[in-house]
Ligand binder design. Structure first.
Ligand code: AP5
Ligand code: MG
Length: 209
């Protein structure tokens, strides 16, 4: 299975990817997680990325494309992969298309997780992540167990201001890639509102159809 999860910030891409990769036994490739690892490393590049990401800006296409396409040459992607957060601009979608064509492989599906803008801010602002397990929690909808509470991380781009900017960027830069995949006949839309288990089932159902 070679697939992409698309959706606005807070749509549940990371939450759903974590569940689906167990089923499909493919690597979860999140461009946001890769950039956050670079920030955590404290490198000069990480410092530049930190100031850009904190305010809700996008990382330049050339750097993002090079990083993800390199990741897609790793042996663990031979049987498939789940991209989360990439592509998110038209040039990224086109570069991925060229790379996959050159490699002689095709995408099976692009799943768009649809969540109204009005719900996104609350989802992001109350998100907490566990740096040890990578698990994603929500203080209200998916509260963390007390024993991990002390080590949870609040993402610096999960402020109201940064989320507003990320949502605006989603509509101006990312939503325009959707017709690209509709034309290829591989776009699958899923309602991302409701219980996360129900959403996982919706995704599995559209992937079978
Ligand atoms: P990235 O990490 O990709 O962030 P994003 O796209 O903004 O998405 P999020 O991770 O915020 O949300 P999600 O959809 O994964 O939701 P989650 O499952 O966590 O990118 C971050 C930054 O990196 C970008 O802003 C940019 O700077 C840079 N970047 C990354 N990729 C790039 C690219 N390709 N090009 C350029 N720059 C790039 O869920 C959110 C919350 O909601 C959680 O608390 C969760 O518990 C809760 N939740 C999940 N599902 C439900 C549900 N069904 N009901 C209620 N709550 C729910
Ligand atoms: Mg995510």
């Amino acid at each position: 299975m070679r697939m992409i999860l698309v959706g606005p910030p807070g749509a549940g891409k990371g939450t759903q990817a974590a569940r689906l990769v167990d089923t499909f036994r493919i690597p979860h490739i999140s461009s946001g997680d890769m950039f956050r690892a670079e920030v955590k490393s404290g490198s000069d590049l990480g410092k530049q990325l930190d100031s850009l990401m904190k305010t809700g800006g996008l990382v330049p296409d050339d750097m993002t494309i090079a990083m993800v396409l390199k990741r897609l040459t790793a042996p663990d992607t031979a049987q498939g992969f789940m991209l989360d957060g990439f592509p998110r601009t038209r040039p990224q979608a086109e570069a991925l298309d060229v790379a996959l064509t050159n490699a002689g492989v095709k995408l099976d599906a692009v799943v768009l997780i649809k969540v109204p803008d009005a719900l996104l801010e609350e989802r992001a602002v109350h998100r907490r992540s566990d740096p040890e397990t990578g698990k994603i929690y929500h203080l209200k909808y998916n509260p963390p167990p007390p024993d991990v509470a002390g080590r949870l991380v609040h993402r610096p781009d999960d402020t109201k201001e940064a989320v507003d900017k990320r949502v605006t960027k989603y509509h101006s830069e990312t939503a325009p890639i959707i017709p690209f995949y509709t034309q290829k006949g591989i776009l699958k839309e899923v309602d991302g509102v409701g219980d996360p288990d129900a959403i996982t089932e919706r995704i599995k159902a559209v992937l079978k159809s």
